[in-house]
Write a protein that binds this ligand. Structure first.
Ligand SMILES: Cc1cc2nc3c(=O)[nH]c(=O)nc-3n(C[C@H](O)[C@H](O)[C@H](O)COP(=O)(O)OP(=O)(O)OC[C@H]3O[C@@H](n4cnc5c(N)ncnc54)[C@H](O)[C@@H]3O)c2cc1C
Length: 412
């Protein structure tokens, strides 16, 4: 199939789409105003959590700001859709999760980069009776969904895994998971796609040319125009702005997410940890990533992604409370960037053909799950493009749900 597919955005989503297209024999051209994985895709923790855990009550972060959003009457209208959304997210997560080990081996082989892949079980540790109850309920939701992996870790078992852990830890729910190094993984996808015919180009897209109901070209800030048979917007937080050039703005809520990397005197046990306040994610060698949920969601205004000292100190304080030994570590990096979400904290990515155009596609709003969803998003989008806007029957309903319905009735 000979098509000029232009993918705007060299984040993990754009690069995964290019990779999956290339595997199907369709070369593409990726255009980015910055470099490969320069934004959130180069700064994430890059973990794949066990899908049933992500989509159960286990995943709630009961911060003050989340509780106030849940109490907001505006959230009521969104609440009704939540059940379907969770179900769809669950399916989307599974589509990628079950093939992570094999898919990543193949990506590494084709791209020629060690992406730092490994298994990383994840624990949600309870520090109070109330949270223990929520987590136990989450575990039984996972069980009643028919999922057998993972289990409850008692207080003593937690101590055995983490000698020196705070005596407040009452135990927790533990599930399988995976991790990669975000920049290398995204670069490897791009490099693998490149070896199969994809080209990568630097440039800021500022608009599109059209002929009837087809987008015919992508216009760059330099004035250059690239001819296109198909166009994909994988523009993350900039998707609102970019979709407006196609006639109507897709609603996108932008969150700022930060973390710090700390080098410890000795390796951290090979388990990721969540509490309701923060997270600790071990990396290879002696480094760990620390994250604070304090003040989450941190809604960004005007695409401001400057990092705050407050967030850094909070991440250190929360981790030290849990593991006093973390105080002996030294901060090696404070990093973060912007994420695109569906409005009002909802988990609804958009993945599909723009309803007003025959050949324009959108892949965005992956929130804090862009890595976990990168394989399924790349594969489904490649299937859609190859199928001229029609996806495989096995995921038809899922794609219908994820399609760009909010852009319907577009007045171009
Ligand atoms: C601190 C942190 C931790 C995270 N941890 C995880 C995790 O553990 N697991 C997980 O699954 N996810 C995680 N995420 C979320 C994940 O990083 C994002 O969901 C993912 O990177 C989104 O990828 P993307 O390709 O959609 O967007 P981006 O990475 O934002 O890429 C979009 C690209 O589009 C380009 N672009 C935009 N507009 C234009 C234009 N007009 N012209 C040309 N180029 C344009 C931008 O330059 C950018 O490179 C985390 C995020 C952060 C910040």
């Amino acid at each position: 199939m000979k098509k000029e597919v232009i993918i705007v955005g060299a984040g993990v989503i754009g690069c995964s789409i290019a990779y999956h297209l290339a595997r199907r024999g369709v070369p593409s051209q990726i255009v980015d105003k910055e470099g490969i994985a320069d934004r959130a895709s180069g700064k994430a923790w890059a973990i794949w959590e066990y899908p049933p855990a992500v989509c159960s009550t286990l995943n709630f972060v009961w911060t003050e700001s989340v509780l106030s959003i849940l109490a907001d009457p505006e959230f009521d209208s969104a609440r009704a859709q939540m059940h379907d959304e969770r179900q769809s997210m669950f399916e989307l997560h599974w589509l990628g999760f079950h093939r992570v080990p094999e898919a990543i081996l193949e990506i590494q082989e084709r791209g020629g980069i060690d992406v730092g892949y490994r298994e990383l079980p994840f624990m949600r540790l309870a520090l109070s009776e109330e949270v223990e109850e929520v987590y136990r309920q989450g575990l039984s939701e996972v069980r009643s969904a028919g999922c057998r992996e993972g289990g409850w870790l008692t207080r003593d078992e937690a101590r055995e895994v983490f000698p020196g852990i705070s005596p407040r830890v009452r135990g927790g729910a533990c599930f399988p998971g995976f991790k990669v190094e975000p920049y290398r993984y995204t670069l490897c996808l791009a490099q693998a796609a490149e070896k199969m015919g994809c080209t990568i180009r630097s440039g800021e897209v500022v608009g599109f040319g059209s002929k009837g109901s087809r987008v015919s070209s992508v216009v760059l800030a330099s004035g250059a125009e690239i001819e296109a048979d198909e166009v994909v917007l994988a523009t993350g937080p900039w998707t609102g702005k970019a979709s407006a050039w196609l006639g109507k703005e897709l609603p996108v809520e932008i969150h700022r997410e930060q973390c710090i990397r700390v080098e410890l005197p000795r390796p951290f046990p090979p388990y990721g940890i969540w509490t309701t306040k923060g997270a600790i994610i071990p990396e290879i060698d002696n480094k760990v990533i620390l994250h604070s949920f304090e003040g989450w969601p941190d809604l960004a205004t005007g695409l401001d992604c400057s990092l705050t000292e407050e967030n850094k100190l909070s991440a250190i304080e929360i981790a030290t409370e849990l593991f006093p030994e973390i105080e002996k570590g030294s901060v090696v990096e404070h990093r973060g960037d912007l994420e695109a979400w569906a409005p009002v904290l909802r988990m609804q990515p958009v993945l599909g053909r723009h309803p007003a155009w025959e050949n324009a596609y959108l892949a965005s709003r992956f929130g804090t799950f862009g890595f976990a969803l990168s394989l399924s998003a790349g594969e489904l989008m490649a299937d859609l493009i190859v199928g001229g806007g029609r996806g495989p029957y096995r995921v038809e309903r899922l794609l219908e749900f994820l399609s760009c319905t909010e852009l319907k009735d577009d007045e171009r």
